[in-house]
Design a protein around this ligand. Structure first.
Ligand SMILES: *Cc1c(COP(=O)(O)O)cnc(C)c1O
Length: 362
């Protein structure tokens, strides 16, 4: 007889594939490429609980190995790519997808190829791709051309494509919903999150539904997704040709998982709405100063959406609410510090009394 599994607290977290193996498209032969992703904290937010007169918890996905939830999907996608004999992996991205892909590819010994559009490259997240040894190729063209070339490489060469069109990524990402139910002991009433390419909201719905179907949760939450007002194709019901928002991770005009996200919204009895950049940046600051959780702007969209819904009288008291904050604030310090005149508040001589005075202690 096999030895019984030790209780979860008695062993280290093993990454989402080993923790949720039977729920994922892997078999005994699949080589697991993992950085120990998942197992992220579910942190109670005192001010949001008070604001809603309910219980609000933040799923802090910036605590993943490369700083965003993308790692959950990437461990699955890269493991499957290795099993299928890929020699290289490619994605079109200047953001968290390339940061995550290049890390997992490096670990698997695959060549990471990152295609970036002409013009705008933000140094912050690309630093991760560079450190993971990526071949960064700039294309004289836009994001769509980059995606086309990625597809072309995947069709004709031993190269795996890991953009959001890869369905294995959603399978990995659904484990965040499992973790929430495992920790709360039940599904929340309401789950909120940002929406960009709309893969993550679709993945959460798969996860919550599968747990309910297996009898591991008595219910499924309503899903509330939030796009940025300048990049809100699902809210408007049509693609946005020139999406514009400070929240670069959700600056998407034509989401890859549009239909899946609408299904998640409708089947869960939820909604997809827009929040302004101002609401997003306010929520980002509140998360930092009240919860001690520093996120990048896109990651704050769910919190911004909750605050707006409470102000509109749309949130009943007494609910258990979870919100995914998707990525770490250190990825984009430039935006965080924009509008801050100076990091230094005051300058004093080396003197305790002077420090006490300016700090408001005296
Ligand atoms: C990718 C990403 C999103 C958007 O997720 P989708 O699955 O594209 O909807 C939001 N926030 C962060 C930090 C991301 O990296």
């Amino acid at each position: 007889m096999a030895a019984p599994e030790p209780p979860r607290g008695a062993r280290p977290w093993r990454g989402v594939i080993e923790e949720y193996r039977s729920w994922l498209p892997v078999d005994a032969d699949t080589p697991v490429v993992s950085l120990g992703e998942g197992g992220t904290p579910l942190v109670r937010s005192a001010w949001l609980s008070e604001l809603t007169r309910g219980e609000v918890h933040l799923k802090v996905e910036g605590d993943n190995p490369t700083g965003s939830f993308k790692d959950r999907g990437m461990t699955a996608a890269i493991s499957v790519a290795v099993a299928e004999g890929a020699k290289a992996v490619v994605c079109a991205s200047t953001g968290n997808t390339s940061a995550s892909m290049t890390a997992y590819a490096a670990r698997a010994g695959l060549t990471p190829i990152v295609l970036v559009p002409h013009g705008r490259i933000a140094a912050g997240k690309m630093a991760q791709a560079v450190m993971h040894g990526a071949e960064v190729i700039q294309v004289r063209g836009g994001f769509d051309e980059c995606l086309q070339i990625s597809r072309g490489l995947a069709d004709s060469y031993p190269v795996a494509l890991v953009n959001s069109v890869n369905p294995v990524r959603l399978q990995g990402q659904k484990t965040a919903a499992f973790e929430i139910v495992d920790v709360l002991g039940a599904a929340p009433d309401l789950h909120l999150l940002p929406v960009g390419n709309a893969g993550n909201i679709s993945a959460y719905w798969i996860g919550f539904r599968e747990y309910a179907e297996a009898g591991l949760a008595a219910s499924t939450p309503r899903l509330w997704g939030f796009q940025a007002a300048g990049a809100a194709p699902i809210v408007r019901g049509e693609p946005v040709p020139d999406p514009d928002t400070v929240a670069t991770a959700i600056r998407i005009g034509n989401p890859a998982s549009w239909r899946l996200a609408e299904a998640a919204r409708d089947e869960s009895g939820g909604r997809i709405d827009a929040v302004t950049d101002e609401q997003i940046l306010t929520a980002q600051r509140e998360l930092g100063s009240r919860d001690g959780v520093f996120v990048e702007p896109a990651s704050a969209a769910g919190v911004a959406g909750l605050v707006a819904a409470v102000q509109a009288g749309e949130v009943d008291p007494g609910l258990t609410i979870t919100i995914t904050v998707t990525g770490h604030g250190l990825k984009d310090t430039e935006t965080a510090l924009r509008g801050v005149d100076s990091i230094v508040d005051s300058v004093i001589d080396a003197d305790v009394e002077a420090a006490a005075e300016v700090a408001g202690l005296a």
